[in-house]
Design a protein. Structure first.
Length: 300
């Protein structure tokens, strides 16, 4: 055996012996003289604690960096998808809740329309049928996720469609269910609300017939609603919002007024609206059938 190898082996054995002896002596010291044992071990514990803190901080830094990187990657991917969809002509106004500057319309006579509390929830009366009413700000779902946003802030689309599906079919679906479906099927628009494709997509998924009415006049709108159909309307700045906003047109009165179900306002849902006001404040978008979609049961 070479001299260098013998020296390394001797050194290893010596170190092991010192460790073993030191460990044995510490064990004896712990029993025989606890105070001395604590004085010996105190700096060791401080060193170990510092090393653990440094290791934990390092791990946290790595985790935070990884999380931040994943978040940036997600945002970049979302932006790429958004850009691709907008190249097809879909320019979105933000559907974040933005209260309108216009003066509110007075509430209607309760004999014309009212909001009643039933065992199944809130119901709007009037028109040709009663309508399940959901408000996106209600505590039951306002904090529920809509993609990476919240229903309370950006969920007018899912909330509007949950009212339509629950009222026109034999299925009762709340805004949270529609929001999950929309996010899973590519209709959620990050920090904007919903892509306009959500209307036709939800109609197909939940058993409704849908027809686009891009250039509807007041007379046809009244006739269609009086016949028991409903319409999803994409509104722009005016009496309903300061941005973009989905509402449900739910019926017509005998004197030609329009009844609505506004997912962000009970008060606006209890007014009778001049159809021309609604038509004048429709979005200018013509993407995916906007700004007006007529809905009816698939078997009608």
């Amino acid at each position: 055996m070479k001299r260098g190898s013998r020296l390394k082996k001797l050194l290893a054995v010596s170190v092991l012996a010192v460790v073993c002896i030191g460990t044995a002596e510490l064990a004896v010291c712990r029993v025989a003289d606890p105070a001395l044992y604590e004085r010996i071990m105190a700096p060791v514990r401080r060193t170990a604690s510092s090393a653990w803190a440094l290791a934990s901080a390092g791990a946290r830094t790595v985790y935070d960096a990884a999380s931040d990187g994943a978040s940036r990657a997600w945002d970049k991917a979302s932006s790429a998808v958004t850009g691709a969809l907008r190249k097809d002509g879909e320019e979105l106004e933000s559907q974040a809740v933005l209260e309108p500057d216009e003066e509110p319309v007075p509430l209607a006579d309760p004999a014309v329309t009212a909001l009643e509390q039933r065992e199944t929830g809130e119901v709007l009366t009037g028109g040709n049928r009663e309508v399940f009413y959901y408000n996106q700000a209600d505590e039951a779902w306002s904090d529920q996720p809509y993609g990476r946003d919240t229903l309370g802030r950006y969920g007018c689309g899912p909330t509007c469609l949950s009212m339509a599906v629950s009222s026109l079919t034999d299925r009762t679906v709340d805004p949270g269910e529609i929001a999950r479906w929309a996010a899973e099927n590519g209709h959620w628009a990050r920090r904007s609300g919903s892509y306009l494709s959500i209307v036709k997509g939800a109609a197909a998924a939940y058993g409704l017939e849908v027809e686009s009415l891009p250039d509807c006049d007041a007379e046809r709108l009244r006739l269609e609603l009086a016949a028991g159909k409903m319409a999803v309307a994409l509104m722009t700045k005016g009496h309903f919002t300061n941005g973009g906003h989905f509402i449900l047109l739910r019926g017509a009165t005998l004197d030609g007024g329009i009844l609505v179900a506004d997912p962000s306002s009970r008060e606006r849902s209890l007014a009778v609206w001049d159809p021309q006001v609604i038509l004048d404040e429709l979005s200018k978008s013509r993407s995916s059938g906007a700004p007006l979609w007529l809905l009816s049961p698939a078997d009608s």
